[in-house]
Design a protein around this ligand. Structure first.
Ligand code: SIN
Length: 545
């Protein structure tokens, strides 16, 4: 199949907050290609309701924010990383505002002066969540896309699926490991193109679709982690998958999140019989850290043999609810639920990947020329459980620092010729059914065996199945023409395998990882991440500082 080569200074994979913000900064120096597998606005960011946690009020301090982050992180946050990222938060918020982002403000008549309306979410000791009502992500995405639209140095390639990184190993070059570019499938004409650049930045988001129930959109198939893993880059802490406690339970609602901000404004979790059970689990009750709330709901649902619990905010005035949560109010109403009058049926669902590609706070990976930013990474900020609304902040700060790092790197245009992509030349109608069958099987086995509560036996069972599935998928991948569905399936299987193996390695329960056979914290694991790299088993890695 004929292949063309496109040359840029930087290639950015993904068009969420991290990729877009980075691109704006990187374009100050060079030409940037943004590669995104669907429409440019289709990203996890677009669905973020809650907001961005940052210290902007006089009643708050960086020290408080650091303490809350580390408490949620259950002993695995990297202290220097936490301080660096949180300290730079306020500057990045100002930058976002200067790019046109409008956060909700308090009623000027009540406050006497213009002030942001700061929200509260689980695990935060202060009000510090900047938001745009309950559609924060959508507004940020729009502001960034508007700034990029007129930028002469940024090209966006929509419906382009990044398949694999082009590395020195792949090219069989005897030299220190380096990344030279990416093979990309143009899903419109089904041709694979070669993109070449001095720097490649992965900002492809998370992997919620690896689970049967998730708050994530369909694009969240773990593409970046899988690609980096295949290129030999260390992947860290994949056992820590965050389940959001409150996803709408309704047969027709696929993935609708009920923001934690609803609990921040007084929403209470109750059993279907009306019992407020969270006080039996944590002093912060419905606003306890997410891992605790999700596990408590899971236990109560099993105890009562129910498919969902309730989130009740009906005690608040209806105009307040409708004004603060217009998107949640309208969406629930479409499903026949008036949240001002009746409780919302909710269930936990996979929401956020706390582990990912190992990077420092400037987004650098172990592979020269390869950076990663946003949810796809593990910088050490989140530890064993992410504090709510810290993710958009991390994406902004690390994207900015990565762009600064790039500006300090001398430009080299080596122009090494890169070989064209070689594809299997078969196409087979049978493929479709195999892809959809394996896709369903992976998501169900992850939900049943590698979910909120794990056991060693379930993890072993899941491991056996994923090994078989991976070999079947690899067979297909090598012999047939690549399609977006096949590529996503291959990535999903890789990420499932990484989650399972990391979870088997951590023989304790900590933060988001709960193994009923090891129900306690193990001090030996207390300062250790799990790290897994191609051709090796996952290992513990001591946390510095
Ligand atoms: C939410 O609005 O509950 C999600 C916020 C987050 O995941 O940080």
């Amino acid at each position: 199949m004929a292949s063309t080569t496109r040359d840029y200074d930087v290639i950015v994979l993904g068009s969420g907050i991290a990729g877009l913000y980075f691109s704006l900064k990187a374009a100050e120096r060079g030409r940037v290609a943004i590669i995104t597998k669907k429409h440019r606005a289709e990203s996890n960011t677009n669905y973020a309701q809650g907001g961005i946690a940052a210290v902007t009020s006089e009643e708050d301090s960086i020290e408080h924010h650091v303490a809350d982050t580390c408490n949620a992180g259950a002993g695995l946050c990297h202290p220097e990383v936490v301080k660096t990222i949180l300290a730079e938060g306020p500057a990045r918020i100002q930058d976002l505002v200067s790019l046109g982002m409008e956060f909700s403000e308090r009623d000027p008549l009540q406050a006497g002066k213009k002030e942001w309306d700061l929200g509260k979410e689980g695990g935060h000791s202060k009000r510090r969540i900047l938001h745009a009502k309950d559609v924060t992500g959508r507004k940020i995405e729009r502001a960034l896309l508007a700034s990029i639209a007129s930028h002469s140095r940024i090209d966006i390639f929509e419906n382009h699926f990044a398949i694999d990184l082009i590395t020195s190993e792949r090219l069989k070059r005897e030299e220190p490991p380096q990344c030279y570019g990416v093979y990309v499938l143009d899903t419109g004409n089904r041709k694979v193109e070669t993109f070449r650049a001095q720097s490649v930045v992965i900002g492809t988001g998370g992997c919620g679709k690896v689970y049967l129930y998730t708050t994530n959109p369909d694009i969240a198939t773990g593409d970046g982690v899988a690609m980096a893993y295949r290129a030999g880059v260390p992947i860290r802490n994949m056992e820590f998958v965050q389940f959001h406690p409150t996803c709408l339970y309704h047969p027709e609602a696929k993935t609708f999140l009920i923001s934690e901000a609803v609990r921040g404004e007084g929403g209470v979790i109750k059993s279907q019989s009306g019992r407020e059970f969270m006080n039996e689990y944590h002093e912060l009750k419905s606003l306890a850290p997410r891992d605790i709330v999700a596990r408590a709901i899971d236990k109560e649902m099993k105890r009562e043999g129910r498919d969902y619990v309730h989130l009740d905010i009906t005690h608040k005035p209806a105009p307040f609810i409708m004004n603060r949560f217009p998107n949640i109010y309208q969406t629930c109403l479409r499903y026949g639920i008036d949240i001002t009058k009746e409780p919302i049926p909710v269930v936990p669902a996979a929401h956020y990947q706390c582990g990912g590609i190992q990077t420092n706070t400037t987004g650098e990976t172990s592979l020269k020329g390869l950076y990663a930013i946003g949810e796809v990474t593990c910088t050490g900020l989140h530890g064993a459980n992410r504090l709510a609304s810290n993710s958009l902040l991390e994406a902004l700060v690390v994207a900015y620092r990565a762009a600064e790092q790039l500006h300090r790197t001398p430009i080299q245009r080596t122009g090494h010729p890169l070989p064209p992509w070689e594809d299997g030349d078969l196409s087979d109608p049978d493929e479709l059914v195999v892809v959809s069958h394996n896709w369903d099987e992976i998501r169900r086995l992850m939900w049943d065996y590698v979910g909120i509560v794990r056991t060693t036996k379930r993890l072993e069972r899941a491991h056996k199945r994923i090994v078989n599935l991976q070999s079947e998928i690899q067979d297909y991948y090598l012999n047939f023409q690549v399609t977006p569905d096949l590529l996503e399936l291959r990535n999903l299987a890789t990420v499932a395998d990484l989650i399972i193996r990391s979870a088997m390695t951590r023989t304790e329960s900590r933060g988001l990882h709960y193994n009923a056979d090891y129900p306690d914290l193990d001090p030996l694991w207390g300062r250790q991440d799990t790290v897994v790299q191609k051709n090796t088993s996952p290992q513990g890695q001591r946390i510095e500082g």
